[in-house]
Design a protein around this ligand. Structure first.
Ligand code: BGN
Length: 401
């Protein structure tokens, strides 16, 4: 029989233990400790679900391929598959990103056996809740593409998405046009499937946290909020470059992206301005999650700084309805369903049209540097000035696209 004495003894013991725990927690900052314990429990939950060790935020960045190997082709895509859980059990937090020199596309393929031709994937054991198309504008960046594919495929699989990767390859040597290639990507992707979200993705940006989910928000989302090259923070408030996500409705509401930004700079700002002109706003993940590492590279041939960008940007309010998805013209040269992505090679022409006239006419149209004009959105002008200064210091144009 338990006496009052022994009851009191238990009570004191219990209070004693509580005191020790509280002392421990407060030693190195209560919050740090609590999140540490919560993470341990969350991780062991996730690990037991997947049956293996998991990428753990609390144990440093993990391998992007960890735990994906148990997904096998043995599972069938039946009609009666349950929906995937709202939060994927494979999502684990920070991902270790490095660029080993010996990586080959064959190796990327070997590690991604569940990816079907054209870079198509569906979770084998559950019905995905989201259908996402990744659109990557590209030219002469095969080396970067290889790394992006190496990281992006398992990253998207960790999120249990139904997805396809489209690479939109600009044919010819004329100045690069990132935004127009995105318009092509949008139309071609939507022609193939009824995607509910499109991610417009620079080829040299690797996501570093798989909690940065590649699904759309109620408003256009800017995903690449924290890049290593900007010290893991936004370079300026209105920045909309690198990686962004829009639903087809968002895209059409803002008349897509501009077609007339040839060369580096300004097109992402134009897109950001379009978002607000169309009555929407930009959403962003947290700085902790929207992290990206940029693959370092030398100057891009055929993507010189666009001197007209200031004046063009100053006129977005007048031009966004006249130029965009409603005016995009191009010719598909080829469509290849490669093992890791759908490659669409396209002629987007030049400023002078899809089939410009011979060089004599071109020489007369040599661009003259425009004077910076007033920019419609506060903050952009300052940012541009800073950017210009940084360029002249480095003595070469930036090349982040
Ligand atoms: C900005 C560029 C962006 C670029 C970011 C980050 C312009 C137009 C200025 C009015 N904008 O300065 O296109 O993505 O820097 O590098 O140059």
């Amino acid at each position: 029989m338990i006496t009052i004495h022994s009851k009191l003894r238990y009570l004191f013991m219990f209070l004693g233990i509580q005191l020790v725990v509280m002392a421990l927690l407060s030693r190195e900052g209560y919050q740090k400790r609590v999140t540490y314990f919560i993470r341990i429990f969350r991780k062991s939950d996730a690990a037991s679900l997947s049956g293996k060790n998991h990428t753990a935020a609390s144990f440093g960045p993990g391998d992007v391929y960890a735990n994906l190997s148990h997904l096998s082709k043995a599972h069938s895509h039946g009609d009666d598959m349950p929906f995937c859980p709202k939060i994927s059990p494979f999502v684990g937090g920070p991902i270790h990103v490095s660029f080993p020199s010996g990586l080959t596309l064959t190796e990327v393929q070997r590690k991604n056996q569940l990816v079907a031709r054209g870079g198509r994937y569906r979770p084998p054991d559950c019905e995905a809740r989201h259908r996402t198309a990744i659109v990557i504008p590209h030219r002469n960046r095969e080396h970067h593409l290889k790394f992006l594919l190496y990281y992006l495929h398992p990253f998207l699989q960790r999120q249990q998405l139904n997805y396809r990767i489209y690479v939109i390859h600009q044919a010819g040597n004329y100045t690069f046009n990132r935004a127009k290639l995105m318009n092509v990507g949008f139309r071609e992707a939507m022609r193939e499937e009824d995607w509910d979200c499109l991610f417009f993705h620079d080829v040299d940006l690797i996501p570093e946290d798989d909690r940065n989910t590649y699904v759309c928000d109620s408003n256009p989302k800017h995903a690449a909020i924290a890049m290593d090259k900007f010290g893991y923070k936004l370079p300026y408030k209105m920045y909309f470059g690198g990686v962004s996500a829009l639903t087809p409705l968002h895209y059409l509401k803002m008349n897509g992206f501009p077609n007339n930004y040839w060369g580096w700079g300004g097109e992402d700002d134009d897109i950001g301005v379009r978002v607000s002109l169309a009555g929407m706003y930009i959403t962003r993940p947290s700085l902790k999650v929207g992290r990206y590492k940029m693959i370092k590279h030398k100057l891009d041939k055929g993507n010189d700084v666009n001197p007209k960008r200031f004046n063009m940007l100053a006129k977005t309010r007048q031009t966004w309805k006249l130029d965009g998805m409603n005016t995009v013209d191009y010719e598909i040269i080829s469509r290849q369903y490669l093992p890791l992505y759908t490659n669409i090679t396209v002629n987007i022409g030049t400023e002078a049209g899809l089939h410009p006239s011979p060089p004599s006419a071109k020489a007369a149209a040599k661009p003259v540097a425009d004077k910076p004009a007033e920019v419609p959105v506060k903050g952009l002008a300052d940012a541009a000035a800073k950017q210009e200064k940084a360029h002249s210091e480095k003595d070469s144009p930036p090349n982040n696209h």
